[in-house]
Ligand binder design. Structure first.
Ligand code: TUI
Length: 331
């Protein structure tokens, strides 16, 4: 089992397990983040789309729930980024993750306040830049992930990042069980970030319909909308997603597309509107089949990863350690 002391990511985060909960805007608040931190992972409060007061309050709430470390995610497309940076520095939150942009100009100040900084990146160019600027690790997010995404898959990105960086690479996008963790490690990752699987955790406050949409999803249930406007977002296919794709095909104005998307995440998360809401989800939703406590998700995933490794680590060796049954099956 991977434990603090043996793993650079656990050392940076101060956690028992090298797992970060994905920063799902409007969804990742203290209830979920507190449960993840309590379960030995790093819970994240997502500040995307939120007001400063709300973020301060959520930080207070998580501190009352657990003594374990937690993080705040800063969505760099947000208009109030500067205010959130002030808040996390004042509150001395242990960890900051960033998304949807280059956090370079904020890293020095965050580090001076004793905060570990882990930018989410979607390509090597930005990863190298944030490493030079002093980031502690990168969260390399493949386009299998839900929400705002880049272009490269997790499978192709992780080994290339691991080769070109000295700081640890944490894999994100498409990881939903122990097999995903084991695979990420084989590619060179030293930790994982998981979002979609936590959507159906008992502590996640998302609307019942949203959880059911994840539980019902298949491998082909998501689609990336918004490629034409330069902000691709992976969501569950529904009426809104089909309308947006149609508008993009017809080269309609970005303004018109934005109009039908305004407030759509809120509609999905709080009203459970599965037709005209933006139901952000990763491609791994098809694998998510049960609702369970966040702490159980973490321990189950790492137990599975360890078992798979034990079971299969000799599979590629030829010679005496591998025996065939004469029918092409390797045992
Ligand atoms: O940020 C995310 N995922 C998100 S943010 C979000 S809120 C939202 N709502 C509506 C529309 C758009 C966003 C929902 N999901 N993930 C981290 C992430 N960052 N994925 C990809 C990137 C990324 C992409 C390009 C980071 C940097 C980047 O380029 C910056 C540069 O300068 O190269």
């Amino acid at each position: 089992m991977i434990k603090t002391g043996q793993n650079r990511v656990c050392q940076i985060l101060g956690t028992e397990y090298p797992i970060i909960q994905g920063a799902m805007a409007l969804i990742a608040e203290s209830n979920l983040a507190g449960a993840v931190s309590d379960g030995g992972g790093l819970g994240i409060i997502a500040s995307g789309g939120a007001r400063g007061n709300w973020v301060v309050n959520e930080i207070k709430k998580i501190r009352a729930m657990t003594e374990n470390p937690f993080g705040v995610n800063i969505m760099l497309l947000d208009p109030n980024v500067e205010e959130i940076i002030d808040i996390v520095c004042r509150e001395k939150v242990p960890v900051v993750t960033t998304g949807a942009g280059n956090p370079g100009k904020y890293i020095k100040r965050l580090k001076e306040n004793g905060i570990a900084v882990l930018p989410v990146v979607a390509n090597q160019t930005l990863a190298k830049r944030v490493e030079r600027a002093g980031a502690d690790a990168v969260i390399a997010e493949g386009c299998e992930a839900g929400g705002h995404i880049g272009e490269i898959t997790t499978m192709a990105m992780i080994p290339q990042m691991a080769d070109s960086l000295s700081i640890p690479v944490i894999a994100a996008g498409g990881i939903g069980d122990g097999r995903g963790i084991a695979a990420a490690y084989m590619l060179g990752a030293e930790g994982v970030q998981v979002g979609t699987r936590f959507l159906t955790s008992e502590e996640c406050i998302v609307a019942r319909n949203y959880k059911d949409a994840i539980l019902k999803a298949r491998d082909s249930s998501t689609v990336a909308t918004g490629r034409s406007t330069g902000h691709p977002v992976r969501v569950i296919k529904n009426k809104l997603a089909r309308q947006v794709l149609e508008m993009e095909k017809n080269n309609e104005d970005a303004e018109k597309i934005n109009e039908i998307c305004t407030g759509s995440l809120r509609r999905a998360v709080f009203s459970g509107d599965m037709e005209m809401g933006s139901v952000m989800s990763g491609q791994i939703a098809g694998l998510v089949s049960k609702e369970q406590p966040a702490a159980e998700i973490i321990s189950e995933m790492f137990k599975e990863a360890a078992e798979i490794y034990e079971d299969r680590h000799s599979i590629f060796r030829t010679g005496s350690s591998v025996s065939g049954d004469g029918q092409g099956t390797i045992r």
